[in-house]
Design a protein around this ligand. Structure first.
Ligand code: NAD
Length: 246
C-alpha cells in the first residue's frame, strides 16, 4: 500500500507511464502526472486517478529542460509538500542506422532520455535527502542491456540510465533512498504499435515467453520497487521482458 504517499511520474499521459501512474494511485498514492504535449490525454489520466479516490496534479514540462524540470518539481512540492516516489519514465526514440543518423536525432534522444532523468532527479533528491526516505525508479530498456540495430542513440541513453542509477544508489543509500531501474522488453504501446507485423513476429521469436508484454506488467514491477516490498533493494536493474536479457 502507498496510502498517503506522493508519486511523480514523468511522461504519464499515456502508455507505460500512464499504467504506472494508475497502479500507484490504485495502491493509494497521490500522483503528479507530468506530460510533454498532450494535455487532453493527461487530463483523462488525471480523471481516472481521481476516480480511484486519490489526488492527481497535471503538470506540463519538457523534462529535457533543466528550468522546466525545476518548475515541475516546485509545483509538486507546492501542492503536496512531500515527494516519496519518483518514476522517470518519459522517453523517445529517433531510430536510424548510425551511418545515416543526424546529429539532431542523436542529441534529442540523449537530451530527453538521459539528461531528462538528471534534470528531474537533481531537483527531487535534495527533498528526499531532507525527508531521509524516497524511492527513485528509472525506466531503462532491454535495448540498453543488449543493444539493437538502428537504435545506437536510444541504446546509449538507456545504458546511460543504468550507470546513473547505480552511481546514485551508492551516493544516497545511506539517506534511506533506494534507486533502481526497470528494463522493459517489448511492451504493447504506441512505441511498438508503429512496428510492422513481420517485425513483431520476429521479435516474439526472441522472447522466451513468446509474446509482448503489457504496460501493466511494467507498472507492477515499479510498484514492487516503490512499496515496502522493495525496501531492501537498490542499485538493481529489474528486467520485465518475458525473458530476453538473461
Ligand atoms: P510513449 O511514447 O507511449 O510514452 C512516452 C511518454 O513520454 C509520453 O507520455 C510522452 O508525452 C512523454 N514524453 C516524451 N518526451 C517528453 C519530454 N521531453 N518531456 C516530458 N514528457 C515526455 O512510450 P512508452 O512505450 O509508454 O514508453 C515509456 C518509457 O518506457 C520510455 O522511457 C521508453 O523508452 C520505455 N520503454 C518502452 C518500451 C516499449 O516497448 N514500449 C520498451 C522498453 C522501454
Amino acid at each position: 500500500m502507498l496510502k498517503g504517499k506522493t508519486a511523480l511520474v514523468t511522461g504519464a499521459s499515456r502508455g507505460i507511464g500512464k499504467a504506472i501512474a494508475l497502479k500507484l494511485a490504485a495502491e493509494g498514492a497521490n500522483v503528479v502526472i507530468n506530460y510533454g504535449q498532450n494535455r487532453e490525454e493527461a487530463a483523462k489520466t488525471a480523471a481516472e486517478i481521481e476516480a480511484l479516490g486519490v489526488r492527481a496534479l497535471i503538470v506540463q514540462a519538457d523534462v529535457s529542460s533543466f528550468v522546466q524540470a525545476k518548475e515541475l518539481v516546485d509545483r509538486a512540492k507546492q501542492e503536496f509538500n512531500t515527494l516519496d516516489i519518483l518514476v522517470n519514465n518519459a522517453g523517445i526514440t529517433r531510430d536510424g542506422l548510425l551511418m545515416r543518423m543526424s546529429e539532431q536525432d542523436f542529441d534529442q534522444v540523449i537530451e530527453v532520455n538521459l539528461k531528462g532523468i538528471f534534470n528531474v532527479t537533481r531537483q527531487v533528491v535534495p527533498l528526499m535527502v531532507k525527508q531521509r526516505s524516497g524511492r527513485i525508479i528509472n525506466i531503462t530498456s532491454v535495448v540498453g542491456l543488449l543493444g539493437n540495430p538502428g537504435q545506437t542513440n536510444y541504446a546509449a541513453s538507456k545504458a546511460g540510465i543504468i550507470g546513473f542509477t547505480k552511481a546514485l544508489a551508492k551516493e544516497i543509500g545511506s539517506r534511506g533512498i533506494t534507486v533502481n531501474a526497470v528494463a522493459p522488453g517489448f511492451i504493447e504501446t504506441a512505441m511498438t504499435a508503429a512496428l510492422p507485423e513481420k517485425t513483431v513476429e520476429a521479435i516474439k521469436e526472441n522472447i522466451t515467453l513468446k509474446k509482448l508484454g503489457k504496460p501493466q506488467n511494467v507498472a507492477d514491477a515499479v510498484y514492487f520497487l516503490a512499496s515496502d516490498l522493495g525496501e531492501y533493494i537498490t542499485g538493481q536493474v529489474l528486467s520485465v521482458d518475458g525473458g530476453m536479457a538473461y
